[in-house]
Design a protein around this ligand. Structure first.
Ligand SMILES: NC(=O)c1ccc[n+]([C@@H]2O[C@H](COP(=O)([O-])OP(=O)(O)OC[C@H]3O[C@@H](n4cnc5c(N)ncnc54)[C@H](O)[C@@H]3O)[C@@H](O)[C@H]2O)c1
Ligand SMILES: O=C(O)C[C@H](O)C(=O)O
Length: 357
């Protein structure tokens, strides 16, 4: 008759066979210890956690981060399906070691020791909804996740994707202030998709390769708060009034264009995962100490009278180390800026009072 130790070993072997992701899900297993050795002994890299990793954005984002050579350890956290996504991604023959974490009981393990946290957790829009309509559900999700960050990795850089970004970033800031861990440089709202779209649409109009185009997009991440500065496009160029209006409208409504095309099946996921990885990679290069890493982001700011605003920022070892001014605006952009600030003020206040209430 088999001893209880032997029985337990057999069960563990069978379980690992049936549920290979358990190899990554169980922190004390020898596979994880081997993975730890590999992470420490292999190419140096950063530890990254994705919260909401089983979602429409989370899955392609996890795949792309697993391909990023700057990442040595990748933690995939979600309240559903984390084991499946982890098993799948972990078979990719790239350097990063992948571990999955399922449900709130594993949130702290998912976050401990992490350098960069990327948050795409939360519900997406359906046609007819504004991003602000997501506040009711997503505000609470972001609060819970940020409480975990404050407990377990208070020095991590946070890339916040969950909408409405104009309110979720102020929510995160308030959670961190309450916990006494707030460092404004380390909290970055992800507005990269607006820049990615702007580069694409402007390149189409100019007949250029989008990779050659750089469009600053400032303000926030919703409707009129998305303010492309077409007067500052690189390479230098000019647009007719008609082109300016077409481009501004298309960039401001790019998200709605995708929501309507998906007809109830969600919002941008693939282009967002691409944009999130582009931004996360910039943050990691900054953490590594690379010079001259500059991207747009919605951050704590003194560029306007508002406490948060998106502009170009320089990313360094401490996050957004320098927040750049707006630069010269034309009349069309000055009018746009006033509209953007008016709407942003309300969204920021809504986020702040959600925590302070
Ligand atoms: N910042 C941007 O530019 C941008 C672009 C696109 C989408 N978004 C936003 O990103 C969010 C996610 O979009 P999606 O298409 O991936 O949605 P999705 O519904 O496909 O995925 C969301 C994931 O979050 C998970 N989740 C829910 N509650 C959670 C919790 N408490 N902890 C951890 N995970 C949790 C879900 O289980 C799901 O897997 C939405 O709020 C959307 O509006 C932002
Ligand atoms: O539009 C949305 O709801 C998702 C996202 O903010 C986007 O810009 O695609």
């Amino acid at each position: 008759m088999a001893s209880s130790v032997e029985v337990n070993q057999r069960i563990a072997r069978l379980s690992a066979h049936l549920y290979p992701s358990n190899l990554q899900m169980e922190d004390s297993s020898s596979a994880v210890r081997r993975a730890d050795c590999r992470a420490k002994g292999g190419a140096p890299g950063f530890k990254v956690a994705i919260l909401g990793a089983a979602g429409g954005i989370g899955q392609p984002l996890a795949m792309l981060m697993k391909m990023n050579p700057l990442v040595s350890v990748l933690h995939l956290y979600d309240v559903v399906n984390a084991p499946g996504v982890t098993a799948d991604i972990s078979h990719m023959d790239t350097g990063a070691v992948v571990r999955g974490f399922l449900g709130q009981a594993q949130l702290d393990n998912a976050l401990t020791g992490i350098d960069l946290v990327i948050i795409p957790a939360g519900v997406p829009r359906k046609p007819g909804m504004t991003r602000d309509d997501l506040f009711k559900i997503n505000a609470g999700i972001v609060r819970t996740l940020c409480e975990g960050i404050a407990r377990c990795c208070p020095r991590a850089i946070v890339n916040l994707i969950s909408n409405p970004v104009n309110s979720t970033v102020p929510i995160a800031a308030e959670v961190f202030k309450k916990a006494g861990t707030y460092d404004p440089k380390r909290l970055l709202g992800v507005t990269m998709l607006d820049v990615v779209r702007a580069n694409t649409f402007v390149a189409e109009v100019l007949g250029l390769d989008p990779r050659e185009v750089d469009v600053p997009v400032v303000g926030g991440h919703s409707g009129v708060t998305i303010l492309p500065l077409l007067s500052q496009v690189k390479p230098p160029c000019s647009f007719t009034r008609e082109e300016t209006e077409y481009l501004t409208d298309r960039i401001q409504n790019g998200g709605t264009e995708v929501v309507e095309a998906k007809a109830g099946a969600g919002s941008a996921t693939l282009s967002m995962a691409y944009a999130a990885v582009k931004f996360a990679d910039a943050c990691l290069r900054g953490l590594r100490g690379d010079a001259g890493v500059v991207e747009c982001s919605f951050v704590a700011s003194q560029v306007t009278e508002l406490p948060f605003f998106a502009t170009k920022v320089r990313l360094g070892r401490n996050g957004a180390e320098e927040v750049y001014q707006l630069g010269p605006l034309n009349e069309y952009e000055r009018v746009g800026l006033e509209k953007a600030k008016k709407e942003l003020a309300g969204s920021i206040e809504k986020g702040v009072s959600f925590i302070r209430k």
